[in-house]
Structure formats: structure tokens, C-alpha cells
Design a protein around this ligand. Structure first.
Ligand code: LLP
Length: 388
């Protein structure tokens, strides 16, 4: 990702910033679209992974829809120009105000997560004289075998309607004239690298689809969510294996004629296309520990502090000019007043110096969007490969 020319260009840019490789994003989007095309699968991009408008423009152009989890994301998708008939509004806690706004925008579908939400949506749609299309998010109790903080499809999680509540859910749907039930929705977790778990998901989706059809419902949409992981350890494996991923759904999902299969991918589409570029402010050499103190911290990229997530760290200055051959183990930390503000412990790096530029890789998903103002930090900026 980083040729020498990039690094020399970085020298003149104030750090920290997110560096987006727009060519790589384009390649990733095309690879995904091409892999989905033979099966006529529909992709909705999950804005929560990154709602940067420059990226969204590229994603919209490829023809994907938008999966949103707040009125803010719905608004952003509309502003960027996503077709409102390709916008889905999901989330376990939609406020009345948010629902009303999405109803006014005539979005494609609400992914509903509780029976009470169905009732509220029916009332709010009735008040506007509208009929809202809904999909029911079902908790399938499938273990995604990922970090416990980003697993969503188990009985213990807050997401979706549990199987034992489905009879009541079916009654509510039948008794709701302002709702049009179009499908079922699932999302079992994020950063899934063992594709076998998707086979288990397909089996559960088939069971639930059969249950609803038995009750006389016609399902137009099977939405299997997102979750496909990326290789944080080898960020130069830039493009996830979309072919194998889609192949599983083609093989294991029972799709009736006229039914659409929808996906909500976030991380897999944008994750590898950004790095957080940051400079070493200070090198602290201790007896037991050596520290590189960067000018970016958990306020710019929260994943390591929040989930102990691994991101590959590269000292670009030393890689590019090979000033130093010695390797040293450093704790690579940020400037924030928290001990968890650490990007990696005992990370082997070339000997590093004040002013060296570092890249924290694979930061395109859940990076910029999760930045915070804690310590009253300046807002993080973005730089695009096609602009420098
Ligand atoms: N659909 C639903 C209903 C979701 O909850 C999510 C992610 C997605 C789709 C997109 O999942 P993806 O394809 O990006 O895995 N902040 C965490 C990840 C949280 C994921 C939340 N839901 C992280 O930094 O790892």
C-alpha cells in the first residue's frame, strides 16, 4: 500500500490523519460486486463501518444500497444520493423521531428488532397514512466465533426477536394494517473469519423462512446481514474472499423463485482501504519498557483500547529509508490520559525516532467513525490517495 512516493508526500501533511486508498476501495467494491453478480445477491453497505462521504460516493456509484442504524445515517445516505428505495433502517433502539424521519423519506425497509417496535412503527405509519415495509430481525442463536464484544446472534445478546416470540410477532404483523411484512433479517456478528459459521446461519435462515411460509406469509427478502472479516495481521491481503463467502450462501440457503437475498457488509468493503497516519512525538526508553508516544491515540482509533483489537503498526520512515537496522520492542501508545490508550504492547519495530511517521493499518472500518473528542482533541482529518 505504501510506496516511497506516498511517504515523502506524508512529510508535508500535518498528522494525525486517516489516509484513504481510493483505488483499493474501488478494486474491493468491484471484486465484491462481481462475486455477488452471478447469484443476483443484493448488497447494502453498512454505513456504521464508515460514513465518510467520499467513500459513500464510490459505494453508491457501484450500485450498492445503504444499511443505516440512525436517522443521521439515513440522512447521510440520502444526501450522498443513495436511492431511497435501497435504504434500510436497522437498529435495536430507533426513536419515534427517527422512525418518523425515515417514514418521510420513504425508505425501502425497516429492520425491526422487537414486537413493541412493530406496534410503534404501525402507529407512526398510520398517523402519516403510510404503509411501512418491514423485515423482522431474528436472533438465530448462532455462535459467530468472533470477539465476544462483537457477537450479536446469541440468546444472551440484545439484538433481534427471539424464536420463542415469533408466534406473537406473527400475530402482531397480521394485526398491523400499516406494516407490510417483506422478509426476515439476521446478523450474527462481525469480523467473522471462519466461513463455516455462515453455513450454520443458512440452516437457521431456512428453518425460520419455512416457519413463516407455513403461517401463510410470503417472504420477498432474506437478509443475512454482514460480518465478513478482514486480515488484520496481513493487511496486504487487501481484498477479502468474497467469492467463497457468497458461494456458501448460494449452496446452503434455500431461495424460492422471486425471493431476494440481501447482505449488509461493512468492514469487508472498507476495512483495508485506510491507515491511520501518525507521527512519533517522543521515544521514552525505560529499564523495562520502551515507549513510542504517537500523536494519535484512542480518540482517533478506539478499537485497540475497546476490544484489544490488533492493528498492524509500521514505522514508515524507517521502512522507507532503512535509517536503522536495529529492532527494538516498544509499547506503542497515544497521548490520551488513559492506560488503555495503547495500540500495541512489545511490538517489534526498527529503532524509532522522534518525528518518524507510523501507519496503523486496516483502519478503514470502525476507525474514523468511532473517533471521540475526549481530552478535547482536534477532529481527525482525512486525506485521499487520489488527491496527493
Ligand atoms: N448489519 C448489522 C445489523 C450490524 O449490526 C452490523 C455491524 C453490520 C451489518 C455490519 O457488520 P460488518 O460487515 O461490518 O462486520 N465496532 C466493532 C464492530 C461492530 C459491528 C456492529 N455491527 C469493531 O470495531 O470491530
Amino acid at each position: 500500500m505504501f510506496a516511497d512516493k506516498d511517504i515523502s508526500k506524508f512529510n508535508n501533511i500535518e498528522t494525525p490523519f486517516y489516509y484513504y486508498d481510493t483505488d483499493l476501495l474501488q478494486k474491493t467494491l468491484h471484486t465484491c460486486a462481481d462475486a455477488a453478480a452471478p447469484y443476483h445477491f443484493h448488497i447494502h453497505y453498512a454505513l456504521k463501518a464508515n460514513f465518510n462521504s467520499v467513500l459513500l460516493n464510490q459505494i453508491k456509484e457501484i450500485g450498492f444500497g445503504a444499511d443505516c442504524v440512525s436517522a443521521g445515517e439515513v440522512r447521510r445516505a440520502v444526501e450522498v444520493g443513495f436511492d431511497h428505495k435501497k435504504i434500510v433502517f436497522a437498529g435495536v433502539g430507533k426513536s419515534d423521531k427517527e422512525i418518523n424521519e425515515a417514514l418521510d423519506l420513504d425508505i425501502f425497509c425497516f429492520n425491526v428488532e422487537s414486537i413493541q417496535e412493530l406496534e410503534v412503527l404501525n402507529e407512526l405509519a398510520a398517523a402519516k397514512g403510510k404503509v411501512a415495509q418491514v423485515a423482522i430481525r431474528i436472533n438465530p442463536n448462532v455462535d459467530a466465533h468472533t470477539h465476544h464484544n462483537i457477537t450479536t446472534g446469541l440468546d444472551e445478546n440484545k439484538f433481534g426477536i427471539n424464536s420463542w416470540d415469533l408466534p406473537e410477532c406473527a400475530e402482531t404483523l397480521k394485526a398491523s394494517p400499516n406494516l407490510k411484512f417483506i422478509g426476515i433479517h439476521f446478523h450474527i456478528g462481525s469480523q467473522i473469519t471462519n466461513l463455516d459459521v455462515y453455513k450454520n446461519l443458512c440452516v437457521r435462515v431456512n428453518e425460520f423462512a419455512a416457519w413463516f411460509e407455513d403461517k401463510g406469509f410470503n417472504l420477498k427478502v432474506l437478509n443475512v446481514g454482514g460480518g465478513l472479516g478482514i486480515d488484520y495481521y496481513n493487511p496486504d491481503h487487501q481484498i477479502p474472499d468474497f467469492e467463497s463467502y457468497f458461494k456458501i450462501f448460494n449452496e446452503f440457503l434455500t431461495v424460492k423463485p422471486g425471493q431476494e437475498v440481501h447482505f449488509e457488509l461493512g468492514r469487508a468493503l472498507v476495512g483495508q482501504s485506510a491507515s491511520l497516519i501518525t507521527r512519533a512525538l517522543y521515544i521514552k526508553k525505560g529499564k523495562k519498557k520502551n515507549f513510542v508516544v504517537l500523536d494519535a491515540g484512542m480518540t482517533e482509533l478506539m478499537r485497540p483500547a475497546l476490544y484489544q483489537a490488533y492493528h498492524k503498526i509500521e514505522n514508515l520512515s524507517q521502512i522507507s529509508n532503512l535509517k536503522s537496522q536495529t529492532s527494538v520492542k516498544y509499547d506503542i501508545v497515544g497521548p490520551i490520559c488513559e492506560s488503555t490508550d495503547c495500540f500495541g504492547k512489545e511490538v517489534e519495530q526498527p529503532e524509532s525516532f522522534r518525528g518518524d511517521i507510523f501507519a496503523i493499518r486496516s483502519a478503514g472500518a470502525y476507525g474514523e467513525v468511532m473517533a471521540s473528542k475526549y481530552n478535547l482533541r482536534d477532529a481527525i482529518r482525512s486525506v485521499y490517495s487520489n488527491e496527493i
